[in-house]
Design a protein around this ligand. Structure first.
Ligand SMILES: Cc1ncc(COP(=O)(O)O)c(C=O)c1O
Length: 399
């Protein structure tokens, strides 16, 4: 039997919750208290073990930490490596591809996170063609996207959950279509993992990437890359380095001789401290359980959606919970200044953010209380009313 989720149980793990209403988890998840211990452990290792620390865990950190994260992805052991961020991972995967032939198309939607677009746009100079499928800004027309994936498609580097409206893309259908036509998928689960369950094996995904800053509460510098084990030997990244070599400490000169395992997707010396810090957030998410997190998130975002609608706000996120990630985007009226609203909310201790063309993004997490949503809606409604009142007064006094 599933136990009822109790957010109170997790709150003491996150110091910032004592002083703020933290609804910005799609941007930067709250820092777990345990990060202090992880970073102290790193510093102690450096201080006391010195150079020996490399052989005592540091060098292997991209894989050992990847194995912790793998539990959240239901990925097999040694199929995930850690990198600095998604931008680097996109470039690394792009460097595996040859765009000189007929199969040179890259397919995604206009809701892809811009950093990913910059990387693939840059591949045009090597022969890549980009097909960017237009959307209504909130939903993605899956049929239209699937039609764009054809025999000339090399790769579909696409968001699982879009960053503005938080629409959940149909990863299963995208992967199935790509497989049918011989294309690869690189699913960016940055806005999913930690709030929307991802099962790389059930979905049969080729590759998955993301970072830890947001829902995973893992902080910066801890990007992850999963590669399906049977796909791995076919990948030979041009963007590479000695950590990807079969025998890095043999210091062989000349061309790269790739490691036979997931290490072939590495590059240089790992960002050990970031990876160690990130495990605090992963452990908490594993302890809480991805299903519990999703259920609580769905309950809270639906409650919030109804509250906002009845307060007269427009929602620029999908209406149906099953199509929506962990965030609600609140549309603003013509002339309302999103960043000013965010600042005014911050002055009241409520943290959210704003994206141009989308609205104010609000995201509860597994440590959010229902009362905090009430507080946010009341504050936002009051700010809108105050602004309208100011306008009304200035219109009355302007003649
Ligand atoms: C879907 C998605 N991908 C990627 C990124 C950021 O990528 P990087 O790790 O390169 O900073 C974000 C950040 O907001 C995102 O929402």
């Amino acid at each position: 039997m599933q136990h009822a989720h109790d957010p109170e149980r997790w709150r003491s793990e996150f110091p910032i919750l004592a002083s703020t209403t933290y609804l910005v988890n799609h941007s930067l998840g709250a820092m777990p208290r345990r990060v202090n211990d992880k970073l102290r452990e790193f510093a102690d290792q450096w201080a006391t073990r010195g150079v020996r620390a490399w052989g005592e865990g540091w060098w292997d950190a991209p894989v050992t930490v990847g194995n912790v994260l793998a539990k959240l992805l239901n990925a097999p052991k040694d199929s995930v490596v850690m990198h600095q961020n998604v931008s680097v991972i996109q470039s690394l995967v792009a460097s595996c591809l040859d765009f000189s032939g007929k199969r040179n198309k890259v397919v995604y939607t206009d809701q892809n996170f811009p950093t990913n677009m910059y990387v693939w746009e840059g591949c045009k100079q090597f022969g890549a063609r980009i097909e960017c499928v237009p959307t209504d800004g909130v939903h993605v027309d899956t049929e239209r996207l699937l039609e764009a994936i054809d025999e000339e498609t090399a790769i579909v580097p696409i968001s699982h959950v879009t960053y503005k409206s938080h629409f959940i893309q149909d990863a299963r259908a995208i992967q199935a279509r790509a497989k049918e036509v011989g294309a690869l998928v690189l699913l960016d689960t940055y806005q999913a993992l930690g709030t929307v369950p991802v099962d790389v094996q059930a979905l049969g995904l080729d590759m998955v990437c993301g970072g830890s800053v947001k829902w995973l509460c893992g902080g910066p510098g801890a990007g992850y890359l999963y590669v399906r084990p049977d796909l791995l030997p076919k990948l030979a990244p041009r963007m590479t380095g000695w950590a990807a070599h079969a025998a890095p400490f043999a210091f062989e000169t000349g061309p790269q001789r790739y490691a036979p395992d997931i290490r072939r997707m590495l590059a240089g010396s790992p960002a050990v401290s970031s990876f160690m810090a990130a495990t605090a957030g992963y452990e908490l998410a594993i302890e809480c359980g991805v299903t519990n997190i999703r259920n609580w998130s769905t309950k809270l975002t639906e409650r919030l959606r109804l509250q906002l609608l009845s307060a007269g706000f427009q929602i620029n996120s999908p209406e149906r919970s099953e199509q929506r990630g962990g965030t609600l985007t609140v549309g603003l009226n013509e002339g309302e200044n999103g960043p000013a609203f965010v600042k005014a909310l911050e002055a009241r201790g409520i943290l959210v953010d704003h994206r141009p063309g989308a609205g104010i993004r609000v995201s509860p997490h597994y440590y959010t209380l229902e009362d905090e949503l009430d507080e946010f809606v009341e504050a936002l409604a009051e700010l809108r009313k105050r602004r309208q009142w100011r306008e009304f007064v200035s219109a009355k006094t302007s003649y």
